[in-house]
Design a binder for this molecule. Structure first.
Ligand SMILES: Nc1ncnc2c1ncn2[C@@H]1O[C@H](COP(=O)(O)OP(=O)(O)OP(=O)(O)O)[C@@H](O)[C@H]1O
Length: 302
């Protein structure tokens, strides 16, 4: 199966400033790939290289099996830029109808249906639209021609939570139809519910690529048990994956790193009246990767 994106040693320097270095990445057909990193990590640089907006300093990239310099490949991609320049007096509705025409004819009904889902205002002059409405217009133009591959740079910025949910539903529909999505963000929570795999980039380098399930298994969870009578601390000490153990009378609190199996079996020996298990905090994993990478490259000026 041909990769939707394949990069080998992909590198971009802006003068002597590193944008991206030695990126080896494969995005597979039909997946939603979350691309995560803090501001300045190299996400937009990667996307611009994929779209041939900028050219690599060295390395290679192919998109949908083709060199991105081949202009025909662009028509198969839907793209939401991170910074949208929608200005002037033209109404968003007319702008989208024009783009729809250029892209082989997108009906006004389809544009209207997407606008309704996202609660977008298409009647005002574009220069007067709020940030959120501009973002919605950007999303409509990326989705409307049903491209094979969607590249969305920080797609949820400026959207309120309900509209974000609708947007995520649209992304799931794209995946269900066998198409592919690359979605960048600096907030893990934004992509964790919809991504199949996540790549984490920092300071121009890819730190890791993980299945979302593996990432969750690495997640640190806070667990609390309350029993009907005091329990001995020894029963919970030294268990695999258990950290920050606190035993106070009939209550046990700890964090669990990885599988909770040993802890659950230890707890099952007592009579439990209540338990709490917090959702995995993926923000923490994100930070773990950053600090590991920081240590790894300590002294290397990264
Ligand atoms: N046109 C440019 N000229 C010089 N340096 C640039 C240019 N574009 C990006 N950079 C630098 O390259 C690095 C990567 O930037 P990039 O925009 O790719 O990051 P990002 O992960 O998309 O960040 P953000 O989340 O802030 O958009 C940063 O250090 C940035 O300052």
């Amino acid at each position: 199966m041909t990769a939707v994106v394949r990069t080998e040693g992909l590198t971009k320097f802006y003068g002597d400033r590193r944008g991206l270095e030695d990126l080896d990445l494969e995005i597979r057909p039909g997946e939603v790939f979350g691309y995560l990193g803090p501001n300045g990590a190299g996400k937009t640089t990667t996307i611009r290289l994929i779209l041939d907006v900028i050219r690599p300093t060295r390395g290679r990239v192919t998109v949908l099996g083709t060199d991105p310099r081949d202009a025909r490949v662009r028509g198969r991609i839907g793209y939401l830029p991170g910074e949208l320049a929608l200005e002037g007096r033209e109404r968003a509705r007319d702008y989208l109808a024009f783009l729809g025409g250029v892209r082989g004819g997108v009906s006004r009904e389809r544009i209207g249906a997407l606008a309704e889902r996202l609660e977008a205002d298409l009647s005002a002059p574009m220069g007067r639209l709020s940030k959120g409405n501009k973002q919605k217009v950007g999303l409509i133009q990326a989705f409307m021609h049903e491209p094979e591959f969607l590249i969305l740079d920080e797609p949820t910025s400026g959207l309120d939570p309900l509209v974000q949910q609708e947007f995520l539903a649209m992304v799931r529909e794209v995946r269900a139809s066998g198409r592919t999505v690359l979605m960048s963000s600096h907030v893990l929570a934004e992509v964790e519910n919809v991504s199949d795999r996540v790549g984490i980039v920092r300071a121009g380098r890819l730190v890791t690529v993980e299945d979302i399930a593996a990432l969750r298994e690495k997640a640190v969870r806070l667990v609390e048990f309350h029993f009907d009578a005091p329990v001995p601390r020894e029963a919970f000490e030294g268990l695999a994956g258990v950290r920050d153990l606190r035993v106070e009378g009939a209550s046990v609190r700890c964090t669990i790193d990885g599988r909770p199996d040993a802890l659950v079996k230890a707890a099952a020996r007592f009579t439990m009246v209540h338990m709490v298990c917090a959702e995995p905090d993926l923000e923490e994993i994100f930070l773990t990767y950053y600090s590991e990478e920081g240590e790894h490259h300590a002294g290397a000026g990264v």
